[in-house]
Design a binder for this molecule. Structure first.
Ligand SMILES: Nc1ncnc2c1ncn2[C@@H]1O[C@H](COP(=O)(O)OP(=O)(O)OP(=O)(O)O)[C@@H](O)[C@H]1O
Length: 466
């Protein structure tokens, strides 16, 4: 006898249910109050329970259940992954609808072992989750302080004072302004202050204002909203303020900040709010600022190149780092520590400096400060094999003071690269002096791009991060 469409539908529903029940790892049905109406034995075994759960609120029995969402919205959650202890299962959640489409409850199905075809999905999910966790851990590591006070070496009175002030600054939450020539340890000290502060476990994010092209500064600082403009990352991008939220933002070379950006930074610091590019949403931020500059900010204010109000805003706890030539007594301890580091890095035997070498180092002017000392020592280690380094070893490497006025004898012949290097270095120093430390202006005087000035200064140990 032929059966009608309604019978077929009923049989389809029944046989689908039976089939699902047989391939499932567990089945649960809840009523419209999200109380368990029925749970099969397989589900109970999965949860490790053997008592009657009928009438219990579902979350009491399955703590991370989403059945309430399904019963409230009437929308199914077709494929989801749920954790049971250390195992992940694929689950399906469906609403139970009455004759007139009204919500009467919900049904949850747990799939896994017999749903072989879903295994790759679960596997892929676990892999992605693992990768995400690893990347998060790495990012958190990258955004932590790299140095502590113990790494800021020196026993001179000048260094002692700097460290006392910096330790005090670490106990406060105010803005710190670090001033000093290139290579005097401003970045090192900024990290140490963060590491000793109450924000130590939160991120430490740095931005070198001089190294970011002017047009990109705003996006670097404040981020970009999703789909802000053509060519922007469609997912948007967090700015340094967002990345540093709750922690410390280190603004290196703040003296090189263009005036238009200074206005925006001042607003962000005053309002404690930022607006990502292309967004009309304002975000609250809680960031401690440590700024650094190798330029004379007060002189820049006088020359109308730096906003006075921003200067006062950041000049709350100023700390001036002394140049190396003013603390010759620190050279020996610094040089020894750098030689130790180099020995580990280059995998060589120990090196020693004899008295003559220390005197030669003390006599040098060190325009690139500790970074230059590092570079000079590294070059000596590469060129000289002797375990004891003497003044003679350094004589060939340390840039000489300008030659006395010419006499009749021709100048000594040196490798062309050495002569050219010395001339370049002297020209860069002169241009920087004339430009009052302004690298953009110095690059103009030298008729080279700012990028190639940076490149050369880095090569000569006159600037930039290691
Ligand atoms: N007192 C110090 N003790 C140990 N190492 C130091 C000290 N001062 C500087 N250094 C080392 O010298 C190098 C340059 O330091 P840092 O980058 O902190 O200088 P900076 O003042 O921020 O330079 P710039 O103005 O060019 O950015 C780094 O390798 C740093 O570890």
């Amino acid at each position: 006898m032929a059966i009608g469409p309604e019978d077929i539908r009923k049989r389809a529903v029944q046989s689908m249910f039976d089939h699902m029940a047989s391939i499932c790892e567990g089945l649960v049905a809840v009523d419209r109050d999200v109380r368990i109406a029925w749970m099969d034995d397989k589900y109970k075994a999965l949860l490790g329970i053997d008592y009657d759960v009928t009438g219990k609120v579902v979350e009491e029995v399955i703590p991370n259940s989403l059945m309430r969402q399904v019963v409230t919205t009437g929308k199914p959650i077709l494929l989801d992954i749920m954790e049971f202890g250390v195992r992940s299962f694929v689950v399906i959640r469906l609403p139970l609808l009455g004759e007139n489409g009204e919500i009467q409850g919900g049904i949850g199905l747990v799939l896994f072992d017999r749903a072989e075809y879903l295994k790759p999905l679960v596997f892929k999910f676990s892999k992605l989750q693992e990768e995400l966790n690893r990347t998060r851990r790495e990012l958190a590591g990258e955004r932590q302080a790299k140095y502590t006070f113990s790494q800021f070496l020196g026993t001179s009175e000048e260094v002692r004072q700097v460290k006392t002030l910096a330790r005090r600054a670490a106990q406060m939450d105010s803005t710190v302004l670090l001033m000093g020539e290139t290579g005097t340890g401003k970045e090192l000290l900024a990290h140490a202050i963060h590491a000793a502060s109450a924000r130590a476990l939160r991120p430490m994010v740095s931005i070198n204002v001089a190294a970011v092209p002017e047009a990109l500064l705003e996006a670097e600082f404040f981020g970009v909203a999703p789909g802000a403009y053509t060519g922007a990352d469609p997912r948007g991008r967090d700015g340094k303020f967002q990345l540093a939220n709750g922690g410390t933002l280190f603004l290196d070379e703040i003296g090189d900040m263009p005036l238009s950006m200074q206005t925006k930074l001042l607003r962000a610091l005053q309002e404690k709010e930022i607006e990502p590019l292309g967004s009309n949403k304002v975000l609250r931020i809680d960031v401690r600022i440590i700024a650094a500059t190798s330029r004379d900010l007060a002189a820049l204010v006088r020359a109308n190149l730096f906003r006075a109000d921003l200067y006062y805003r950041i000049n709350v706890l100023p700390i001036t780092l002394p140049p190396l030539r003013q603390r010759g007594e620190d050279i020996e301890i610094l040089a020894e520590s750098i030689l130790d580091l180099l020995r580990l890095r280059l995998g060589e035997g120990p090196r020693e400096l004899d008295r003559s070498a220390i005197e030669a180092l003390k006599a040098h002017d060190w325009p690139g400060n500790v970074r230059e000392l590092h570079n000079i020592l590294e070059r000596v280690c590469m060129l000289v094999e002797a375990p004891v380094l003497t003044a003679e070893h350094f004589a060939a490497i340390l840039p000489r003071p300008p030659a006395p006025p010419a006499n009749d004898s021709p100048p000594p012949v040196q490798a062309l690269a050495t002569v050219v290097g010395q001339a370049e270095r002297a020209a860069i120093s002169a241009a920087l002096l004339q430009a009052g430390g302004n690298r953009s202006a110095a690059a103009k005087l030298l008729a080279i791009s700012r990028a190639s000035l940076y490149e050369r200064m880095a090569a000569f140990g006159m600037m930039s991060k290691d």
